[in-house]
Design a protein around this ligand. Structure first.
Ligand SMILES: [Cu+2]
Length: 158
C-alpha cells in the first residue's frame, strides 16, 4: 500500500517535470508585466500593456488578441503626427527573434473597446495572444492605475 503511494507520487512528479520541460521549450514567446487601464467613458475603452520576449530564433508577430472582456480588441500604435500623438490600428506587432517588444503608453498597445463592464482597479480578465508562428499564450490581465491612454507625451530619449 505504502509502496504503491510512493510509486504514484514518483510517477506524477516525473510526468509534471516532463510537462514543465516540454512547456518551457515550446514557449518561444514569454509574456510579462501585463496590465490594463480602467475603462473610460461611455465607450468603455481600456488599453492593455505588456512585454513580449521572443526566445526563439525566428522573427514573429503578435497578430491578434482574443478576449471576451470587450466587444472589440484591436492592436494599436501611436504615431507622432506633426507633434500630435495619434493612435492608429496596426495589423500586427513585430516581435523580433531573441528580442523584446514592449507594449507601453505612447507606443504599441492593445485596445479594448466596449468592455462588458467598467473595468476598475483590482479587476482582472483573461486574454489570449495569437502569434504568426509561436503558439498562442493565455494570460490574466490585472487592471491597474496608470496614466491616461494617449496622455503619454514624454519624448523618447533613445
Ligand atoms: Cu489605442
Amino acid at each position: 500500500m505504502l509502496h504503491n503511494k510512493v510509486f504514484l507520487a514518483a510517477a506524477l512528479s516525473a510526468s509534471f517535470t516532463l510537462t514543465a520541460i516540454a512547456g518551457a521549450m515550446a514557449d518561444t514567446i514569454v509574456v510579462s508585466d501585463q496590465h490594463a487601464r480602467p475603462s473610460l467613458g461611455v465607450s468603455r475603452i481600456s488599453a492593455g500593456f505588456l512585454t513580449l520576449k521572443n526566445n526563439g530564433s525566428e522573427d514573429d508577430r503578435l497578430i491578434s488578441v482574443d478576449s471576451d472582456v470587450a466587444e472589440r480588441v484591436e492592436l494599436h500604435t501611436h504615431i507622432n503626427d506633426k507633434g500630435v500623438m495619434r493612435m492608429r490600428q496596426v495589423k500586427s506587432i513585430p516581435v523580433k527573434a531573441d528580442d523584446i517588444t514592449m507594449l507601453k503608453p505612447g507606443g504599441y498597445h492593445i485596445m479594448f473597446i466596449k468592455t462588458a463592464k467598467q473595468l476598475k482597479v483590482g479587476d482582472s480578465f483573461r486574454i489570449k495572444l495569437n502569434f504568426a508562428k509561436a503558439k498562442p499564450v493565455s494570460i490574466t490581465m490585472p487592471v491597474t492605475k496608470i496614466m491616461g491612454h494617449g496622455m503619454m507625451m514624454k519624448k523618447k530619449t533613445n
